[in-house]
Design a protein around this ligand. Structure first.
Ligand code: DAK
Length: 257
C-alpha cells in the first residue's frame, strides 16, 4: 500500500513505520493516523512480521495531534470523526510494537509512544503532555497511562505544567527501556525487535496480552488468565518444538502454530 504521511517497510521479520511529516514535526493529522493504522493492519496480517518498530526518524518522534486540524472543531466534530476508531490499531496490534523515540514526543506523540510495548529513547528524547497550554487535556491516554507507569505525582507534573521530561528522567521513572545516543536509537530498536521476532509468535502474543491485562485486572483474575494462556500454549507445536529443542541442545524453529 502506498502512503503519503508515513513510510512503511518490512526488514526481515521486522515491520518498520516512520512518521513522515517533517515540516510540522510529524504532527498527527487524522490522515497520518489512518495510514499508521493501515500499515499496522498489514503487519498484523503478514505472518512474516514478528515485531514492529515505530519511529519518527532521527530528529523528532511527533509533536502531537495537528493543532491546525483541531483548532475550529466542535465537540460534535470530535465525536463523529471516530478518532478513537482511528487510533485503535495501535492498541489492538497483537505483535510486539517498539517505539524508537528521538526528539519531541509530545501530546498525542507521547501517547503513541506510551501505547507501544517497549520504548527505546535517544538522548535527545523529550516526553510530555503540553495539551494544558492549549486549553485542553490529553485525549489518547495521557492522563491514564502516565499515572500507571510513573505514578500520580509525575503524572500530575507533566499534565498540569505541560513541561516535557528528558530521556534520562523517563528512564529513571521506568517509562523507557533504554536511553542510547540519538544516532543509534532506530538501529537499537530494530535490533531488539529482531531478537524478539525470533521468539515463538503465539507465546509472544499471549505474553503481551497478559502483561497488558495486569494493568487492568485484580491480581487473582490476572493470574487465572495467565494460567489459562500458559495451559493453552501446550496445545501449540511451538511449545513442543521449544522444549524439545532445549533438550536436544539446539535452537528452536518456530512456526506460530
Ligand atoms: N500541530 C501542527 N503543527 C505543528 C505542531 C502540531 N502539534 N507542532 C509543531 N508544528 C509545526 C509548527 O507550527 C511549525 O510550522 P511552521 O511555522 O514552520 O509552518 C513547525 O511545526 C516547526 O515547529 P516550531 O517552529 O514550533 O519548532 P520549535 O522547535 O520551535 O518547537 C515544539 C518545537 C514541539 C516545542 C513546538 O512546535 C510545539 O510546542 N508544538 C506543539 C506541541 C503540542 O502542543 N502538542 C500537543 C497537541 S494536542 C485524541 C487523540 C490525540 C489527541 C487528542 C485526542 N483522541 C483519540 C480523542 C492529541 C492531542 C494533542 O496532541
Amino acid at each position: 500500500m502506498a502512503f503519503e504521511f508515513i513510510l512503511s517497510s518490512i526488514e526481515g521479520a521486522v515491520g518498520v513505520i516512520t512518521l513522515n511529516r517533517p515540516k510540522v514535526l510529524n504532527a498527527l493529522s487524522p490522515e497520518l493516523i489512518g495510514e499508521l493504522g493501515a500499515a499496522l493492519g498489514e503487519f498484523e496480517a503478514n505472518p512474516e512480521v514478528g515485531a514492529a518498530v515505530l519511529t519518527g526518524g532521527p530528529r523528532v518522534f511527533a509533536a502531537g495531534a495537528d493543532i491546525g486540524d483541531m483548532v475550529e472543531r466542535s465537540p460534535v466534530d470530535q465525536l463523529t470523526r471516530d478518532q478513537t476508531g482511528r487510533w485503535a490499531p495501535l492498541t489492538s496490534f497483537s505483535k510486539p510494537l517498539l517505539a524508537a523515540v528521538n526528539g519531541y514526543a509530545l501530546g498525542g506523540g507521547c501517547e503513541i509512544a506510551l501505547m507501544c510495548d517497549l520504548i527505546i529513547a535517544g538522548d535527545s528524547a523529550r516526553f510530555g503532555q503540553p495539551e494544558i497550554n492549549l486549553g485542553v487535556i490529553p485525549g489518547a491516554g495521557g492522563t491514564q497511562r502516565w499515572p500507571r507507569t510513573a505514578g500520580k505525582y509525575v503524572a500530575m507534573e507533566v499534565n498540569l505544567t505541560g513541561a516535557p521530561i528528558s530521556a534520562q528522567r523517563a528512564f529513571q521513572l521506568g517509562l523507557v527501556n533504554k536511553v542510547v545516543p540519538a544516532e543509534v536509537t532506530i538501529e537499537v530498536a530494530k535490533r531488539l525487535a529482531r531478537r524478539i521476532a525470533e521468539k515463538p509468535p503465539l507465546a509472544l502474543r499471549l505474553a503481551k496480552e497478559a502483561v497488558n491485562a495486569a494493568l487492568e485486572t485484580p491480581l487473582q483474575q490476572g493470574l487465572a488468565a495467565e494460567r489459562r494462556s500458559f495451559y493453552f500454549l501446550f496445545a501449540t507445536e511451538d511449545q513442543k518444538e521449544g522444549m524439545r529443542a532445549f533438550l536436544e541442545k539446539r535452537r528452536g524453529r518456530f512456526k506460530g502454530r
